[in-house]
Write a protein that binds this ligand. Sequence first.
Ligand code: ADE
Ligand code: ZN
Length: 329
Amino acid sequence: MKDLIKKLPKAELHLHIEGTFEPELMFEIAKRNNLKIKYSTIDELKAAYDFNNLQEFLDLYYEACNVLITKKDFYDLTYAYLKRAKENNIVHVEIMFDPQTHTERGIKFSTVIEGIHQALIDGEKDFGISYKLIMSFLRHLSEEAAFTTLESAKPYKEIIDAIGLDSSEIGHPPSKFTRVFAEARNQGYFITAHAGEEAPSSYVWEAIKDLKVDRIDHGNKSLEDPNLIKYLAENRIALTVCPLSNLKLKVVNNLNNHPLKTMLDAGLFVTINSDDPAYFGGYLNDNFIQIQGALNLSENEIIQLARNSIEASLLEDKQKKVILDNFKF
Ligand code: ADE
Ligand code: ZN
């Protein structure tokens, strides 16, 4: 089974580039920028990766981002992830980045996106990994701030494919961002939003009805509402599920209780993703391997999950077909 998982071509659709910041690289970048990290050693830093909820993780994630200053920093962060992606036999990535995490502390939008984008270009050349870019708004900030961010993205319209919504979920429902997502849709962006990670199924409904999302990030709590399950299945709205993230952030107390199998059995269009792998103990293959073991998923289910990742991606139909035609397992 592990061999099958490693061999399967996969797309990663829910990946925060800032969440791939490995401690070794964090210390290296901090040093070259003459900045101090709160922790004196890698082990001390790693010991802090013990979260009780999403907010505890986000506090550390945003703090770690403080050492990212130059275009090269964003380049190195992204290129390091792409190397890992290649090792995981990922053939296509849809990377999320949070520009406000950086512009809020005085880094230029252009520095962030140009560093990330150059690494994606080089990664495609060096590893054959195709890519899309998802710009995500921070939901703990205002809708006005999201509008400003959308405006900053205008010169980069050709390289940003989708708009997302992330950060602290509870208390910041999708409806807070209805107008800015209407504008993003007007501008032609594909829409995705984190919903139903910690907050209830009503947040998933709002993402669908108010933001008119094309895809849902997480969506675990959708299972609370049979009407929502029916709606997601009938409309083939993909969910980008992140098992190890859910475990580390205590969305589930044990992978044996993870809702993925129930989602599959309910006919939902689910995919497996790593979310913030540097913090959650594993990249994409580890997510597949651990959830397969915990839920005793069959080979067919694993193959289906890998196929779903290609089908739910933003690739064109003919590009999907080329990849799927190679699924001879
Ligand atoms: N930002 C990075 N990872 C996130 C997650 N799992 N949920 C919400 N916002 C995030
Ligand atoms: Zn996420």
